[in-house]
Design a protein around this ligand. Structure first.
Ligand SMILES: [Zn+2]
Length: 324
């Protein structure tokens, strides 16, 4: 496997970094022109559409309170918020809870749902409060190895809608001058009919860095291949928060053709004191299915340093996710 330096060099040689952001709470950054507001997604401007709502360039649920844009109108904001961003929210929630990512109303609480009593995982006063029942446990405890595996349930989502939501983040962060290269992608992510084919060969390179990671910063990058390069995807979004990094192709029909399939060089996740690049787990996520996924179980293993038993069953894992 290539080293971190080799992979970094690959990206320096083959790509231009069109944008790079790392934000923390309190940072404020507005993209676009406040005085000349045209919606990037539908092409409309005032007075045909309004721009009253704050449009987050990256959904607030993923921990972004900092980067907003002036070029997303209220109808598009609503269309995305009730549609693809809801799918992304449901899909990403279990890991966001475990990584303590704060959305609009704090770290999301996970619960079994349905009628009657069920398990519940809530982040309270700097620790997790877990309610579980012996006949329906939400976790498996490995006390000898100080590991606990949570079997978290995802709320329903449509995979291709999650993919569209990631690509929408990329198009929001894309410099204006590049937008003419993404007309097909733009139309596709706006289309609520998910049966329309596009981006079928665009898996997401997912990197999971185990152990404690900052839970209050979010990073994003837009990469575009250099003019002389033809055998790599035209553009990428790299999105990083918590323990996770998503490397998302942003397909351009003009530059990638209609059905190109590339092998992806995994972009290295941020450095930490630990040599995490070697420990990071990687997988290609295929989010192209059009079928709604219901009741999917997502296991997350965490180490713990301290265990307190309360009531009949309960635990306080004090550490950080080890594997997704
Ligand atoms: Zn619009």
């Amino acid at each position: 496997m290539a080293t971190r330096d080799e992979v970094q060099q690959f990206y320096v040689d083959n790509y231009d970094f069109l944008g790079q952001w790392i934000v923390r709470p309190g940072d404020k950054l507005e993209l676009g022109e406040k005085s000349d507001r045209v919606c990037r997604f539908c092409g409309k401007k005032e007075p045909e559409v309004t721009f009253r709502k704050v449009a987050h360039a990256i959904p607030e649920s993923l921990g972004n309170k900092s980067i907003t844009s002036y070029y997303e109108c209220d109808p598009c904001n609503e269309l995305f918020g009730m549609g693809i961003e809801n799918d992304l929210g449901n899909w990403s929630k279990p890991m966001r809870t475990m990584a303590r990512i704060r959305g609009k109303s704090g770290v999301p609480t996970l619960k079994k749902g349905g009628d009657g009593p069920g398990w519940r995982i809530e982040f309270v006063d700097g620790g997790f409060e877990i309610k579980s029942y012996e006949d329906d446990p939400v976790f498996e405890m490995d006390e000898a190895n100080s590991r606990v595996t949570f079997k978290l349930k995802r709320d329903p989502y449509t995979p291709v809608a999650v993919l569209k939501a990631f690509m929408k983040i990329g198009l929001t962060l894309m410099p204006a001058g590049e937008m003419r290269n993404f007309e097909h992608l733009l139309a596709w992510i706006r289309d609520a009919d998910h049966s329309r084919p596009f981006a079928d060969k665009c898996p997401i390179m997912y990197t999971f860095s185990p152990g404690p990671r900052p839970n209050d910063s979010i990073g994003a990058m837009i990469l575009r291949r250099k003019p002389a390069i033809v055998d790599q995807p035209y553009a990428y979004l790299i999105l990083t928060y918590g323990n996770e990094q998503f490397q998302v192709q942003l397909p351009s029909e003009e530059h990638d053709g209609t059905n190109a399939q590339y092998s992806i060089h995994p972009f290295p996740p941020p450095r930490s004191a630990d040599p995490q690049f070697d420990r990071a787990g990687r997988a290609l996520l295929d989010l192209t299915s059009r079928e709604v996924v219901r009741g999917e179980v997502f296991p997350v293993t965490m180490g713990f340093t301290r265990l307190e038993k309360k009531e009949a069953v309960g635990g306080t894992p004090g550490d950080a996710p080890e594997t997704p």
